[in-house]
Design a binder for this molecule. Structure first.
Ligand code: NAD
Length: 255
């Protein structure tokens, strides 16, 4: 019996086979979980659907997290099909490309709101809809980055969004603890993905890992997947409100 046998959950954030969410999904499936996936739009559905089907996904649903009605529709379908869920993976973020290269003071009001809405508020909204379905407790994991607590070149508004995301994790953990629902974040080291390609000079961040991370290398999607599996499973039954670093130790030496 796998660690996640009998457990069901929703994964937000697969865009393609490079996505961190895809690395997480593979680990969860190997551990016996039943999975539902969401995709952002029609263009991404073409990529996400075959991936999800290869892991025997039971539900594959559209969801733009800017739209409350789409989040609501996801959870209503899941309620009808499954009745309850055990976990949610939130691996969603976005900022305008220009806001990830110009001086931080140039960030527009609209760009700031967009980044915070998609990258931080969406965890709050998703959690609100997930809670009524977590009838036997549950576990929620989101993805963050060191730019929340240190200034990282070009990370800019996304660092502010990740700070808001990590604070949201703590407030949600306090509110939901008595329901047996745990909320945690994984702070992953730099990994080449679609989202990462929007950050100017991202390659330099990868190179710094080789130089300064204790493990002298980057981490990969599989390693983030394994730690997420731990946090979603009963192995982490006493862990909530945490930011768990999966960054080859870079946070203690590098930044
Ligand atoms: P990715 O591009 O594969 O995933 C980002 C996902 O966000 C995509 O699936 C995209 O469709 C989704 N998304 C964007 N706007 C959305 C919206 N309005 N509604 C619904 N979904 C939307 O890149 P990734 O690197 O796997 O990113 C996943 C998470 O990991 C993000 O939160 C990212 O900030 C975080 N993270 C990434 C790194 C890295 O170096 N790649 C490091 C630390 C944390």
């Amino acid at each position: 019996m796998g660690l996640m046998a009998g457990k069901r959950g929703i994964i937000f954030g697969v865009a393609n086979e490079m996505s961190i969410a895809w690395g997480i999904a593979q680990q969860l499936k190997a551990a016996g979980a039943s999975l539902a996936f969401t995709y952002l739009n029609d263009a991404l559905e073409k990529r996400v659907r075959p991936l999800a089907e290869s892991l025997d996904a039971e539900l594959i649903l559209p969801c733009d997290v800017c739209k409350d009605e789409e989040i609501e529709a996801v959870f209503e379908t899941v309620r009808q099909e499954w009745g309850s869920i055990d976990f949610v993976v939130h691996a969603v973020a976005f900022a305008n490309r220009e806001d990830l290269k110009q001086g931080f003071s140039q960030t527009s009001r609209a760009g700031f709101q967009l980044a915070l809405d998609i990258s931080a508020y969406s965890l709050v909204a998703i959690t609100r809809y997930a809670v009524p379905l977590m009838t036997h407790g549950g576990s929620i994991v989101t993805m963050t980055y060191l730019g929340s607590v240190r200034t990282i070149p070009n990370y800019n508004v996304m660092g502010v969004a990740k700070a808001a995301l990590e604070a949201s994790v703590r407030y949600l953990a306090v509110e939901l603890g008595e329901k047996g629902i745990r909320v945690n974040a994984i702070s992953a080291g730099p990994i080449k993905t679609l989202a990462a390609s929007g950050i100017a000079n991202f390659r330099e961040k990868i190179k710094l890992m080789d130089d300064r991370a204790p493990l002298k290398r980057c981490v990969d999607q599989e390693e983030v997947g394994k730690s997420t599996l731990y946090l979603l499973s009963d192995l982490a039954s006493g862990v909530t409100g945490e930011v768990h670093y999966v960054d080859a130790g870079f946070n203690i030496t590098g930044a």
